[in-house]
Design a protein around this ligand. Structure first.
Ligand SMILES: [Fe+2]
Ligand SMILES: [Fe+2]
Length: 407
């Protein structure tokens, strides 16, 4: 198949500027589109798939900031560039800082600079699309993504409404699922949450655990249910569950080692650690044949799952898992931890949580707790390692603590 030509859309209300841009880029092997208003630009985007959008800021009707924000919301894969005159400087700088566009070009511009910036942005866009294609193909070949667990939906509804929220209501929902109730009570009694024992009801467990942990445990409970009929040879759900739990526990302990006390960090690290590899379960359940080959390939090559996934699917469990997490509207710290748990330094938000999950993931494999499907030791991100600077003694005692806490 021939590679697709890059598609670029220019939006400016001044026809003269559009004509200049057309002249500047007409020799490139690109499909060029031009719109004299943001509204027209949005109409084009509905019909044509685009890689890059360059927009003026000041235009009658919808302005460029509102327009690029729309593009960002509805077509997040398109790279966005502002063309802005001096008069709009303040508003544009703020919009730029808010992530409305990835590049900012002055008006009037220098032709060479404009060419270089646009070409660079386009290269970036094409790389992004290429990466996305693998994920898109994998997702397209899934007839139905797993539905969001009903218990999670109900509990989320209660938690989202602080006026109508009562622990009893949430407990009633959880009580309907006996194994989930038992699991909540078990975790609430664990030393990990400061209790030695004595929690006997779901109500009390909810208070001890707090909403972040409760949400995470409900999600984990539904996704880690043993796959009854179709066990994939070489991939043990039980071992994988242990890997995930150990990762959640280790991430939480790492946060505590760092002196973090706020549940916003500590509890979230636990939940994110627990769920970091759910992409593998999506593969196991929804792409079973490919997953069998991936498990086999990782074993034959003595490599990691993500290397084998890249070879077989053109995407990885990080991308597939974060896609599902977004689909299920999980909180963004979970989406980010799933997406970046192997490459934490590439993400600038939720840094502590993602770092802790990354290190926990590497450490539990070194500690030989559970099995994640890898057949070689994963590498710790050097920048992350430097940020945390853990000593060997700290690591040694960490293993002991995690083993003690594992159910
Ligand atoms: Fe992973
Ligand atoms: Fe993992």
């Amino acid at each position: 198949m021939e590679p697709q030509k890059p598609h670029v859309l220019f939006v400016d209300d001044e026809k003269g500027i559009l004509a200049t841009l057309r002249r500047l880029f007409h020799e490139e092997d690109w499909e060029l589109y031009f719109a004299t208003s943001a509204e027209e630009g949005l109409r084009i985007l509905k019909k044509e798939s685009m890689d890059l959008v360059v927009s003026d800021v000041r235009m009658p009707g919808m302005n460029g900031i509102v327009f690029l924000n729309e593009v960002k919301k509805n077509y997040p894969r398109i790279v966005r560039i502002f063309l802005s005159g001096y008069a709009d400087h303040k508003a544009v700088t703020k919009a730029f800082a808010d992530g409305c566009a990835q590049q900012l070009l002055p008006k009037p511009w220098d032709d060479n600079e404009l060419r270089q910036v646009i070409k660079g942005a386009l290269r970036q866009a094409m790389k992004q699309q290429e990466k996305f294609q693998g994920l898109q193909q994998a997702i397209n070949s899934i007839t139905a993504l797993p539905p969001m667990p009903q218990t999670y939906i109900k509990v989320k509804e209660y938690l989202a409404d602080p006026d109508g929220f009562s622990v009893d209501q949430v407990a009633k929902v959880i009580d309907q699922d006996i194994s989930l109730s038992a699991e909540m009570i078990r975790w609430a009694n664990s030393a990990l949450f400061g209790q030695r024992q004595g929690v006997e009801s779901v109500q009390r467990a909810l208070v001890v655990l707090g909403s972040d942990i409760v949400e995470g445990l409900i999600l984990a409970h539904s996704v880690f249910k043993p796959a009854d009929d179709k066990a994939v040879p070489g991939f043990s759900r039980r071992e994988f569950h242990t890997h995930s739990m150990a990762c959640g526990i280790t991430a939480k302990k790492l946060m505590e080692l760092r002196g973090m006390r706020e549940s916003e960090f500590v509890d979230r690290a636990f939940t994110a650690g627990l769920l970091h590899d759910i992409g593998k379960l999506v593969e196991e359940v929804c792409l079973t044949a490919a997953f069998e080959e991936i498990v086999g390939l990782a074993c034959d090559q003595q490599g990691t799952m993500e290397q084998a996934e890249q070879e077989k699917l053109g995407t990885t469990h990080e991308e597939i898992g974060s896609y599902l997490a977004e689909w299920w509207s999980m909180p963004s710290f979970i989406v980010n931890a799933i997406r970046w748990h192997h490459t934490p330094s590439l993400c600038n938000t939720d840094r502590e949580i993602i770092d802790s999950v990354h290190m926990a993931d590497v450490l539990v494999q070194r500690f030989a707790l559970g099995q994640s499907g890898n057949h070689c030791p994963p590498v710790m991100d050097p920048a992350c390692q430097a940020r945390w600077a853990l000593t060997l003694e700290q690591l040694a005692s960490l293993r002991e603590e995690v083993v003690k806490t594992l159910p």
